[in-house]
Design a protein around this ligand. Structure first.
Ligand code: SF4
Length: 351
């Protein structure tokens, strides 16, 4: 059964869908907000019988997502695909990934980037924004549906008022005049979101109990198609397990306490690397622009990180890095090995 606010939002979604033929992209992270929005879109489409434009649900798999969440999302996508086919709902489900060169470990272990901080937050564009943008930008115009809510936080309120339009449900997309953001749940309070998840029976594949089990409490989500600046999306179940923008990942700590013991090795690795990146002993004396200063992690340091990561992978039993990434890392080491600025402290034994 839909609540009053859900009924109203479903009406709005139907009206906006019918209005024109601009394709829709739904930013989905598996989190509560994007999940409740997706439920409402699904229910709105169920009440329409003329489908004239594509609606794509987009999930960005950065390769360093919290593995519990990634497993949940892939499983949900499988089930949702079948449910859409059965009920004739025209949703296309798509998973995008960062290009090899931009993957987290290729940057950190291959190129020697220190893991991200608030000051040097190189990750969000490369890992989350660009893979989604590349796909959406193929269309002349696009409407991007995001589960943004005005009551979420003060920071969010500031962003919303900076981007607001004449229509309360639409926000301008910074840096793009061709795309617009549609936030159907903009007026949903936190409680409404949980009620939406709980009381909208369809789609069954978006399972209230599973989402609640992953959360236990409410956390923010890392942006999918928003500004990369602003507050960190770390410390979120729906962010990267490697995130070192926050000093302590309370979210993963809570998950381990709640029984996800397989995350313990990942948690320890994250804590270790957030200290290791600041160890000047393992930093080159030249920046990438050739200027003297605190530069990339040395080849020796990168070798230590890879070794530690592979041990973490083995002990946790989780797949943390691909063979393709390891191959690229070795190639990048070769390039730095013959560059005087970055070959310092390079150990010969790994050659
Ligand atoms: S979760 Fe952290 S590491 Fe991942 S993109 Fe967001 S800020 Fe960067």
């Amino acid at each position: 059964m839909n609540s009053k606010i859900d009924q109203q939002v479903i009406k709005v979604i139907k009206k906006e869908y019918i209005k024109n033929d601009i394709p829709w992209y739904i930013g989905y992270s598996g989190g509560k907000d994007s999940s409740s929005m997706l439920k409402l879109v699904f229910n709105a489409l169920k009440q329409i019988d003329f489908f004239h434009k594509p609606v794509t649900v987009l999930y960005c798999d950065t390769g360093v997502e919290n593995p519990i969440v990634t497993t949940y999302v892939y499983d949900t996508f499988d089930k949702l695909k079948k449910e859409c086919e059965q009920l004739n709902i025209p949703l296309t489900l798509k998973i995008v990934k960062p290009k090899l060169e931009d993957r987290f470990f290729v940057k950190v272990i291959g190129r020697g980037y220190p893991t991200p901080t608030n000051i040097f937050r190189w990750c969000t564009d490369k890992l989350r924004i660009n893979p989604v943008k590349q796909l959406i930008d193929k269309d002349k115009k696009a409407v991007i549906l995001l589960g943004i809510r005005s009551s979420e936080s003060e920071q969010r309120d500031r962003t919303i008022s900076k981007h607001k339009t004449n229509n309360q449900y639409y926000l301008k997309q910074s840096g793009s005049s061709k795309n617009i953001i549609f936030s159907p749940i903009i007026n949903h309070a936190l409680e409404d979101v949980w009620l939406t998840l709980r009381y909208n029976e369809l789609p069954k594949s978006i399972d209230f109990e599973k989402i609640r089990a992953i959360y236990q409490d409410a956390e923010s989500e890392c942006p999918t198609y928003r500004e990369s600046k602003g507050s960190s999306c770390g410390n979120s179940r729906f962010g990267c397990w490697t995130c070192t923008v926050v000093r302590k990942d309370k979210s993963m700590g809570n998950m381990i306490e709640n029984g996800y013991s397989e995350l313990k090795e990942l948690y320890d690795f994250r804590n270790w690397i957030s200290e290791f990146r600041d160890n000047v002993k393992y930093r080159c004396s030249f920046r990438r622009n050739g200027v003297k200063g605190l530069g990339p992690i040395t080849l020796e340091g990168r070798k230590i990180i890879l070794k530690k990561l592979l041990i973490t992978e083995k002990i946790s039993g989780l797949n943390l890095i691909s063979q393709e990434e390891i191959k690229r890392i070795y190639e990048l080491w070769e390039i730095d090995r013959i560059n005087d600025n970055y070959s310092e402290n390079a150990l010969q034994q790994w050659l």
